[in-house]
Design a protein around this ligand. Structure first.
Ligand SMILES: [Zn+2]
Length: 167
């Protein structure tokens, strides 16, 4: 079942004439599988650094569990999943695949930062990240114990895990 089919079936069942015209431009574009139009609308709902358009596109609309969220009822969608599909003009279906944020920023919907993976792959990567973070933390503590003034400790970035994908 494609994204467009989901939307079409839901609104057709609502049974009222003219249902399509009452939809917002985003839903209309999704139903029409108009990838470029959907991407433009999605981008207009993001904070994008115009000096660095290759960076994260931070969703500034509704969210759920820390992710961008669009729609309501049975047609709701996670914004980053719609972005992944729209970037391919809805010719590839995600199905049960997860969409992983390579940048680690849940609110980002830049399709270049998104990759479709199996849930297992996503979980493995998350566990590897957590293992690395624990290892880094242990090494920091050990270094701090023997040399609290070490230059590496002074240059530590803020914790990297706060935005990392938990899926
Ligand atoms: Zn990003």
């Amino acid at each position: 079942m494609t994204t467009a089919d989901d939307f079409y079936a839901h609104y057709s069942r609502s049974g009222k004439a003219g249902w399509f015209g009452r939809l917002g431009s985003l839903r209309q574009s999704i139903i029409q599988c108009d990838g470029p139009a959907v991407m433009e609308i999605l981008k207009s709902r993001c904070d994008i650094d115009l000096e660095a358009p290759e960076g994260c596109w931070i969703w500034n609309g509704a969210t759920r569990s820390g992710y961008g969220f669009i729609g309501r009822g049975k047609t709701n969608k996670l914004a980053h999943r719609v972005s992944w599909e729209a970037a391919r003009s809805f010719t590839e279906e995600l199905g049960w695949l997860s969409v992983h944020h390579k940048c680690g920023v849940r609110l980002c919907i830049n399709p270049r930062h998104l990759v479709a993976v199996s849930h297992l792959e996503n979980t493995i990567e998350m566990l590897e990240r957590q293992a690395y973070l624990r290892r880094i933390s242990d090494l920091e503590k050990a270094l701090n114990a023997v040399d609290p003034g070490h230059v590496l400790l002074a240059k530590l970035p803020r914790p990297l895990n706060e935005n990392w994908d938990a899926l």
